[in-house]
Design a binder for this molecule. Structure first.
Ligand code: ADP
Length: 461
């Protein structure tokens, strides 16, 4: 349906356009031809009169008159008092007979006292029109320029008959041209449309490359191709995400079930084994809790478009509080947290969300800590911002994976071993929060040497 619409539309517009042009041509060539001819001639007479007037005082006046009369095929008469001082009668046709009619307009003009005037009279003898330009040069000197208008009846007829052929040929040509143009434009659009339809059904292998030489269509094809890439990437991520989430939900659930059964059937009488089993159940529940919490957090951040509650707070206190929460690791597992800033760091941000960022980054540094078990937190101050860096000396991240770790559910180690930490959502949450704040962030990492995650937060004055 649409395909025909576009084609027909182009065709209709094209036809209308040519009809419009042809109608204009008819109007000017046939209907207004006489009026236009008269208008042109009047313009010519005015120019001639100006030329004569400017040469009046020169001694080439008479030869100018001759030349002008001859070249333009007009009749010029100069009258001084009652006398005819000059007449170009012998040079050009178009002079009025010196009859009563001619005498009348000359007299009327002389008596009117005007300096210039145009008359248009019909010659009684030949019924043709004559234009007269009358001009008062000085005292009793007057100039009359006559130009007879050729009878145009036959010319108009010839033009009209020629125009009939021209119109038929032009209309036929424009029909043909419109047909080909519309076909050329609509064909690639239809092709793109078919491909888009295919993509909407979930087929991301379609190709949108346009074969037309129309720039807009090529651009559209490129944009559609990009959209396709993005959609297929999202689709793939969604599938991976779902697979990962179900896997990570299923594993602890299976474990919980197995250990609960073990307690019920086997170890209920053995306090030591029973407690060990129950502890595994509690650990796995904790793991589930963590995963569900992260999922909720992420969906909340992503769905809530304008959810930043900005307030001024001290970033230093925030970091110290978070480090305090991890302090037990220093005592029980020999970790070392180094943070030396003592100064107040006033910033304007969503405190709860920034807390989450710092918490996740320190959490990761702990999870991927090196043999030295050292986590460094530092703040680099610039004139208008603080760069918060969290460094560990762990295994680091490979260069080609650095951009991927921020993706939802991405884990460098894809095997999902039971003993790897985290849910794969931590950095995705960090990224979402920082993007929402419009803060610069990133990671510098060297394989086997460690990583430094950072974000830059503007100062609040
Ligand atoms: P996870 O819960 O798996 O830690 P994250 O989103 O926090 O998920 O991190 C994504 C991946 O980035 C991790 O699986 C890990 O491979 C890598 N990663 C994050 N932080 C670090 C770090 N400090 N050192 C090395 N690798 C890291």
């Amino acid at each position: 349906m649409k395909q025909n619409n576009l084609k027909n539309k182009i065709w209709i517009y094209f036809t209308f356009f040519s009809i419009f042009i042809l109608a204009g041509l008819w109007l000017f060539q046939v209907i207004f031809f006489n009026a236009y001819y008269e208008y042109q001639k009047t313009g010519e007479l005015t120019r001639i009169a100006n030329k004569i007037a400017s040469s009046y005082t020169t001694n080439t006046f008479e030869s100018t008159l001759d030349e002008v009369a001859f070249k333009n095929d007009v009749c010029i008469e100069v009258i001084s008092g009652e006398l005819l001082r000059y007449s170009s009668m012998s040079l050009a046709k178009g002079c009025l007979d010196n009859n009563a009619e001619a005498y009348t307009y000359k007299k009327t003009f002389i008596e009117s006292g005007l300096s210039r005037k145009k008359y248009s009279i019909v010659n009684n003898r030949f019924k043709n029109k004559t234009l007269i330009y009358a001009m008062h040069l000085e005292d009793d000197v007057y100039i009359f320029i006559n130009a007879s208008l050729e009878p145009l009846g036959s010319t108009t007829k010839i033009l009209a008959s020629q125009l009939i052929y021209a119109t038929i040929i032009t209309l036929l040509l424009s029909f043909l041209l419109a047909y080909f143009v519309s076909k050329k434009v609509s064909a690639p659009i239809v092709k793109l449309q078919d491909a888009a339809l295919e993509m909407s059904k979930g087929n991301y292998t379609v190709d949108f490359t346009s074969t037309s030489d129309i720039k807009e269509l090529d651009d559209l094809a490129n944009i559609l191709n990009q959209a396709k890439e993005e959609l297929s990437k999202t689709e793939q991520l969604r599938r991976e995400f779902l697979a990962n989430v179900s896997h990570d939900l299923k594993t602890p659930l299976t474990m919980i079930k197995a250990y609960a059964e073990m307690v019920r059937d086997l170890t209920y009488n053995n306090p030591e084994k029973r407690n060990a089993n129950l502890n595994t159940i509690i650990d796995e529940t904790e793991r589930l809790n963590l995963l569900v919490g992260d999922l909720l957090e992420l969906s909340k951040i992503q769905s809530d478009v304008d959810s930043l509650h900005l307030e001024v707070f001290d970033l230093n206190t925030l970091i110290l509080n978070i480090l305090d929460k991890f302090k037990y690791l220093e005592e029980t597992k020999g970790y070392q947290f180094i943070y030396e800033n003592k100064k107040e760091l006033r910033v304007l941000a969503d405190i709860r969300k920034i807390e989450q960022v710092v918490y996740n980054l320190i959490g990761n540094a702990i999870n991927y800590v090196g043999k030295d078990k050292m986590v460094l937190v530092s703040v680099i101050e610039t004139s208008n911002a603080y760069k918060v860096c969290i460094t560990d000396h762990g295994k680091g991240i490979e260069k080609e994976k650095i951009d991927l770790i921020w993706d939802k559910y991405y884990k460098v180690d894809k095997t999902h071993q039971r003993n790897t930490y985290g849910t794969g959502l931590g950095l995705s949450i960090v990224k979402n929060i920082l993007v929402k704040h419009n803060y610069e962030y990133g990671v510098e990492s060297i394989k086997k040497k460690g990583s430094t995650f950072y974000f830059v937060i503007p100062k609040e004055k």
